[in-house]
Write a protein that binds this ligand. Structure first.
Ligand SMILES: [Zn+2]
Length: 326
């Protein structure tokens, strides 16, 4: 069982306040030694920033291109990512969706929260909580827009659609394990704050997109959960690589996902690679983007050799293509 770090809100606040107090970016993460921290503003500008933050309205309707703000590309739909303007502030604000800490990036002249939106979310109005150290909590609204994903019909082994009691019990155990793995919210690598391309991912395997994200799936005529990642068809044995720097936090052989590797990239951003024919890493390994994790296979519920690649942000599976260069 890998180490799973789940910070309470109070623990998270204390941790952030310690970092703010010491301004020591190396405390944030061992991922990178290239660090640059936003220059501290003097007190007047900080107070102006606080005032602006408290007045700052809603997520901006018009979003700039990724070249201007980096990755991911915002797409506020179910299974997408919302970019929420938090305004300027001297220190990085804490943002929460319910109890879940959110990815917050930017510098003192402007911060943004990035919210992974559940595929099951209904379109409509939502809000996050935002708080500065010692400051009052305030809410910031955002809107989830409607989006209709395509339907996909697949033929698979009947035993992977109508589960036997033994397979159902195994799947339920594995689901509980995966929930535990994906509770993890670690610190953001500090270079994410200043490097606009820090979160741009590389495709883990070259191949043909065989099933898009969000597809409403019908297996052997029966509707099942929508597709929470993308499928890339590639020959058996093709190397699969890390999409972004990260730490291996789980490996295993699961009923639906087959041989699987989970990577933690930091700040609630995780990725999973499934149906592998072999795994060449183990929990605790730290990988750079492009380093191998295993090879393409067809283990678990698969119609042929392919990679299922999933990306999770604040515990929601989101569209991996939002993290890729267009
Ligand atoms: Zn898939």
């Amino acid at each position: 069982m890998p180490h799973v770090e789940t910070l309470s809100i109070r623990g998270r606040l204390q941790s952030l306040q310690r970092q703010w107090r010491y301004h020591d970016p190396m405390r944030l993460t061992p991922f990178s030694c290239h660090t640059r921290f936003p220059q501290a503003l003097h007190r007047r500008r900080w107070l102006l920033g606080l005032a602006a933050l408290s007045l700052s309205p809603v997520a901006r309707a018009t979003e700039p291109a990724p070249e201007q703000h980096g990755w991911p590309r915002p797409r506020p739909v179910p299974g997408g990512v919302a970019r929420i303007d938090l305004g300027p502030a001297e220190f990085r604000p804490l943002a929460l969706q319910g109890d879940t800490p959110l990815l917050v990036l930017g510098q003192s002249n402007g911060w943004h929260a990035w919210v992974g939106i559940a595929l099951s979310a209904e379109p409509g109005s939502y809000q996050i909580d935002c708080q500065l150290p010692g400051g009052a909590k305030r809410t910031v609204p955002y809107t989830v827009e409607p989006h209709r994903y395509p339907e996909q019909h697949l033929r698979v082994e009947p035993r992977t659609v109508e589960l036997s009691p033994e397979d159902l019990a195994r799947h339920q155990r594995e689901q509980a394990h995966q929930r535990q793995v994906t509770q993890r919210i670690s610190e953001a690598p500090p270079d994410w704050l200043w490097n606009p391309v820090a979160l741009r991912m590389s495709v883990p395997v070259k191949g043909r997109l065989s099933s898009p994200f969000g597809a409403r799936r019908v297996f052997n005529g029966q509707a099942r959960q929508p597709h929470s990642g993308i499928d890339i068809a590639a020959p058996q044995g093709t190397a699969v690589t890390a999409a972004l720097d990260g730490e291996v936090v789980d490996t295993g052989n699961y009923f639906f996902n087959g041989l699987t590797v989970w990577l933690d990239h930091g700040a609630g951003l995780l990725s999973m690679m499934c149906h592998l024919s072999r795994i060449s890493v183990q929990p605790g390994d730290r990988l750079l983007s492009g380093q191998p994790v295993g090879a393409v296979g067809a283990t678990g519920r698969a119609t042929g050799p392919h990679l299922h690649w999933g990306v999770m942000l604040n515990r929601q599976m989101v569209d991996p293509t939002l993290f890729l260069a267009v």
